[in-house]
Design a protein. Structure first.
Length: 170
């Protein structure tokens, strides 16, 4: 089957959970998290939960595990903590939890980001993977980067990814 044929069998509505990783943001100025929620809902998906956590490995891991424990969550999108400052720990916290990393996500995100910000795109450690049969995406904290990832990569392909991950083996 072609990718287009596979997409026809993908779930049309997914449950999203959003995690904002930040030491400086609060609910009132969480633009990245709000952008993810609004874009997912505008595409017809459900928002199952949303939270803001500090840039600490234990807090980030607990938030991801907590979101994945919710039965309606298909996709977890985390924003923040994917750069190179000493407090950017999202990748260190979540990558060890991946059962199957999705290397192409980070590569494509940086390629698309390069078109917007030039060589600074290499400073992004955006990543994604599967934990069980659910997708987890790690995005930068920039609202522009969040919009790019959601619009160009996550929203068009999350259902397709999950339909493939959940296929029965025969």
């Amino acid at each position: 089957m072609s990718a287009e044929q596979h997409r026809r069998f993908a779930p049309a509505v997914l449950g999203f959970a959003v995690i904002t990783v930040s030491d400086s943001r609060g609910p009132e100025d969480d633009v990245g998290g709000r952008t993810i929620r609004e874009m997912a809902m505008a595409s017809g998906h459900r928002i199952e939960d949303s939270t803001l956590v500090r840039d600490e490995v234990a807090a980030i891991r607990a938030a991801v595990r907590g979101m994945l424990a919710r039965p309606g969550v298909d996709v977890v999108v985390a924003t923040g903590g994917t750069g190179f400052s000493p407090r950017d720990l999202t990748l260190e916290a979540v990558a060890p939890l991946f059962d199957r990393p999705l290397e192409g996500f980070g590569e494509l995100f940086r390629m698309l980001s390069y078109q917007q910000v030039g060589a600074a795109a290499m400073l992004s450690r955006a990543a994604a993977g599967l934990i069980g049969d659910r997708a987890v995406f790690l995005l930068p904290g920039s609202p522009k980067a969040v919009t790019l990832a959601m619009e160009a990569l996550i929203l068009p392909e999350a259902g397709h990814l999950l339909s493939q991950a959940r296929r029965a083996t025969t």
